[in-house]
Design a protein around this ligand. Structure first.
Ligand code: URA
Length: 292
């Protein structure tokens, strides 16, 4: 009697608190309750080993039993999550611009990148891959992003495509002592996936500053992503290669002559295009000569 009274009081208190639906604390398998019928309505054969109970689907509006209800209540709505993500990206972009802009030297820029926490790629990469080569070079090559070998060694273009890249440079009398080599992204995208526009945008101020600090006569954009990013154009590499472009930046005294070439990775898979690559390289060689 006492117990019944207590339950009634508890129920009334719950009603006053706004509880208007009775939901069990533990999941109930209503499906099993239907005397051994499967969804198709066919009666199951009795089994020697009872099958494990199947939990009913949990409604997203009801915190699953054991879940921290406070956490569920305060879980931000998707629009709020998106807003915070956008804010985070904007602040990373702002930080990247401010940090890169003030770098007085390549060494300082490298240190800034080593300490920069605004790009998620850093968390999955093994090493920062900064530019290398001749800091007084008249020609600068900018690739896309480090691959697995570059990530492991912390140096640009050292893998399979790097060997072809070295041969391409050698074909026009260049090497790592006479040219400067770097990438749009200083960290490897996991699994060599295509970098996202946000990752590219966040890393852009750093490569722009690297170009300003090298201040080359000729800027070679290796592959479509590099050319699109630095020239701010939407055409693919097929349309951009074979032409000269002006690359301008506020920190450069005058625009730099830019040329887009096929990426060695692409040439490894499509050797028929080496002919066009060769034409571009000879053009670059002739233009470089005109500066000396
Ligand atoms: N591909 C690139 O674009 N850069 C590298 O450093 C290696 C492969």
């Amino acid at each position: 009697m006492e117990k019944g009274l207590h339950s009634e009081t508890l129920l009334r208190w719950q009603l006053e608190a706004g509880v208007d639906e009775a939901i069990s604390v533990d999941p109930v398998n209503h499906y099993h309750e239907r005397s051994g019928k499967d969804q198709s309505g066919v009666t199951e054969e009795p089994s020697a080993t009872p099958s494990p109970p199947v939990s009913p689907p949990v409604s997203p509006s009801i915190p699953p039993s054991g879940m921290n209800e406070t956490a569920a209540i305060f879980k931000p709505a998707p629009t709020e999550v998106k807003r915070r993500r956008v804010e985070g990206q904007e602040s990373a972009l702002h930080d990247a611009r401010a940090a890169a802009h003030n770098a007085p030297s390549l060494e300082a820029l490298r240190t800034i990148l080593e300490n920069f926490e605004g790009c998620g790629l850093k968390t999955t990469a093994t090493n920062l891959v900064f530019g290398e080569g001749n800091e007084q070079a008249r020609i600068m090559f900018v690739g896309e992003a480090p691959g697995a070998d570059e990530d492991r060694m912390g140096r640009p273009f050292v893998g399979a495509s790097g060997q072809l890249f070295d041969n391409m440079m050698a074909a026009i009398g260049l090497d790592r002592k006479s040219a400067y080599i770097t990438n749009i992204l200083p960290w490897r995208p996991p699994g060599n996936r295509t970098p996202t526009p946000t990752e590219i945008a966040i890393c852009l101020p750093f490569i722009e500053r690297q170009i300003e600090l090298i201040e080359p006569d000729i800027l070679v954009m290796v592959g479509g992503i590099s050319a699109k990013t630095l020239l701010g154009r939407s055409e693919g590499i097929m349309r951009m290669r074979g032409n000269w472009f002006d690359y301008a930046s506020p920190g450069l005294p005058s625009p730099v002559q830019g040329r887009a070439i096929f990426h060695p990775d692409y040439l490894l898979g499509s050797p028929a295009h080496k002919r066009e690559a060769w034409i571009d390289l000879l053009e670059i060689k002739a233009r470089l000569k005109s500066f000396s």
